[in-house]
Design a protein around this ligand. Sequence first.
Ligand code: PLP
Length: 393
Amino acid sequence: MATVDPYDWIKADLQTLHRAGWHRSPRNSPSLPGPRVQWEGREVIQFASNDYLGLSGDSRLITAACEAAHLYGTGATGSRLLSGERPLHRELELALATWKGTEDCLVFSSGYLANLGVIPAVMGKPDLVLADRLNHACLNSGMQLSGATSLHYDHGDPDALEALLDTHRHRYRRCLLCTDSVFSMDGDLAPLPRIAALAHRYECMLLVDEAHATGVLGASGAGAVEHFALSSPLIEMGTLSKALGSLGGYICGHRELIDYLRNRAKTWVYTTGLSPADCGAALRAVQVVACEPERRAQLWRNIRRLQVGLAQLGLKPLPGESAIVCLPVGNIEHTQKFASGLLSRGFYAPAIRPPTVPTSRIRFSLMATHTEVMIDGLLAAIGALSISAPSQA
Ligand SMILES: *Cc1c(COP(=O)(O)O)cnc(C)c1O
């Protein structure tokens, strides 16, 4: 009897991806992280890293990771509830809590797992989650997993959020508002003061994802919550894998919340603790960020230099106040051509296209370790390409 291969559909789906021009695969980049990297066999200046403070290749973090591995081994050997935790786990959590000005903190094995753990832990079937339409994928996954009713409001629009609260809030037990503070594919900031006021008025919890703001915004680099001086009780989520140059995620908040998550967040209870090397590197990063504010100052000088340079070329990046600067240069095809043009001039920045975002753009991420010469070189390349393809549609 002829049978159908039960895996045939994968081939068909891959073909669909290829036909739509949506198929992607990672490129080889065998370098120590930094602005200058090997990219598919050639040296380029890259504007594609979340390593905003340039710490991922910092010798102090590398040493801290090695020392932690020598002291405590390469693996955490099991869930922290079953196999115990290393002193570094709590040291890191307390350092993060002190920095963020919260009572306590819990570190997860990634930022994705933090959001996937916290939302289903605090939300269930009788509850309502309201989320910005452009939130990161892991907030959406967490919402789905929680079984709560989930609705999206228009991006960055607190009036739309208020309308949803007015209509729906009273029919649900608990309500959680969820937003990125810096949006990862646009680089703009959520209107957190208005959202926090709505959370208070409608008796909602508020989860703020500080993945791209930690180390970048606020007087001490603690993030957008510090930048806006928000004081209301929050669930503050962040990652150790962007400005902190390591791997892992965290939730900061009040003592009961963290104690509750240690018992109820399945992506923490049922998974192996963060590795000693990742903990050691992240802890060292928190210390470096505290005593070297000049790294953040340099990052902001770099951000301004690119913004001002683009304006001088008559180009309009998307509005934003972060290390992510997005430049629309036309449709999908134009955007891809523009990115290839940059690459042929020695600069790598990714073309971000549908379905990841509604409209195509080149996305530049800046680092404290980019030099003025690198940024001016990028601007010259952008200028040359804009003249040859003057499409700002
Ligand atoms: C990167 C990112 C995450 C996930 O963090 P990882 O530690 O990389 O898993 C979560 N939220 C946002 C907004 C992000 O940009």
